[in-house]
Design a binder for this molecule. Structure first.
Ligand SMILES: *Cc1c(COP(=O)(O)O)cnc(C)c1O
Length: 366
């Protein structure tokens, strides 16, 4: 926050070129790639749209894994640009099975790309991206991954996993305000940008790449956010990437243990995302009222469910700038609110179960 409140230095200066060079290095570590990581002044959806317009041509066919609100967004972007999406529909809360995508690839052999979320935030399920990458690698099909709640949460090295396009945004694991989108392309995805014929201007990835080569940006960058990004990447590097992933895993397991100990079911028990947890609420509880009570009367903000899940689930985020006590506070507030709403919960039971997991992550005694 302090870095972002600092002076706004001019972006075509040696001082800002040094900032860009430093964040580029950190972003490549974060993405697990030797490729350039483009930094766009946009929310995450901007990079999603750019992935479609930079890789594809009008009338192209694509496969979309649709297992929630964000999967649905890939379909809508494709449709907006005249790309023909073939959806692999996944029940909300489940992960796609690689066989389902293999079948779709067989059915649509001309598919130029497979679009998927690594972590489908609306259901808190994790899709098996490395297995999908293997399927796509064997063909001339690009794997495009919305990693917006996965990059910096799970170990998903782009180059080693064989991902063709990886995307994230500033406001999730990178702990920043919204406003930056990040995207990296594999060599074969860069080759596709030379063939694609969809219109693009602001989100022209080739133009952004030329900017990076000159330690600059195509357009005026979001300077203050990039100053914050420099510090955020420094913080993550100081913690150590593997420790960052272990922290997310631990907070997620603590949250799931708490929900289970309280007698609730998870929406995505088989392949849960370490970014956030969706808890199915008892039918007697009005989830929307519970959510509002938690936010407005207790000062603890959760997320509710969307569409068919509205009022039926409550989601706890445990990614980014969070630690053990954020989880403890959230579980304690949830227990108390549920108790107040007449649900049968044993007070302290969820907190106790969470603490049993969180105890693993305590720093050593000195
Ligand atoms: C948050 C999120 C987005 C981002 O959308 P915005 O454009 O930043 O609103 C996209 N995909 C997933 C999986 C997300 O969690």
């Amino acid at each position: 926050m302090a870095a972002m409140a600092g002076p706004v230095i001019h972006h075509r200066t040696p001082a800002f070129a040094a900032v860009l060079a430093e964040v580029q290095e950190g972003l490549r570590e974060l993405f697990g790639t030797t490729q350039d990581v483009l930094v766009l002044a946009a929310s995450g959806t901007g990079a999603m749209e750019g992935a479609v317009t930079n890789l594809l041509s009008p009338g192209d066919e694509a496969i979309v894994v649709n297992g929630g609100k964000f999967g649905e967004r890939w379909t809508k972007i494709c449709q907006a640009y005249g790309v023909r999406p073939h959806e692999v529909v996944v029940e909300w809360g489940r992960a796609v099975r690689p066989e389902m995508v293999a079948e779709a690839l067989d059915a649509v052999p001309a598919a130029r790309a497979v679009f998927v979320q690594a972590s489908e935030t609306s259901t808190c399920a994790l899709h098996p991206v490395p297995a999908l990458a293997e399927l796509c690698r064997r063909r001339d099909t690009l794997l495009v991954v919305d990693g917006i709640t996965a990059v910096g949460v799970i170990d998903l090295p782009m180059d080693r996993s064989g991902i063709d396009v990886l995307i994230t945004g500033s406001q999730k694991a990178l702990m920043l305000p919204p406003g930056l989108a990040f995207v990296a392309l594999s060599p074969r995805a860069w080759a596709a940008t030379e063939q694609s014929r969809l219109p693009r201007f602001y989100f022209d990835f080739r133009r952004e790449r030329r900017g990076i080569a000159e330690r600059s940006t195509a357009w005026t960058p979001a300077i203050s956010l990039i100053n914050g990004l420099r510090i955020a990447l420094t913080m993550l590097k100081a913690e150590g990437w593997q420790n960052v992933y272990a922290r997310h895993d631990r907070l997620a397991r603590a949250t799931r243990a708490a929900a289970t100990a309280l007698g609730f079911r998870l929406l995505a028990p088989e392949s849960p995302s370490p970014a956030a947890t969706a808890i199915l609420l008892p039918e007697t509880i009005d989830g929307s009222a519970l959510f509002r009570y938690l936010r407005d009367r207790m000062g603890v903000t959760f997320a509710g469910g969307q569409d068919a899940l509205k009022g039926k689930i409550i989601r706890l985020a445990h990614l980014g700038y969070v630690d053990a006590f954020d989880v403890v506070v959230a579980i304690a507030a949830l227990e108390l609110a549920l108790h107040h709403f007449g649900a049968r919960v044993e007070l302290g039971r969820g907190v106790g179960a969470a603490e049993a997991v969180l105890a693993e992550g305590l720093p050593p005694r000195t």
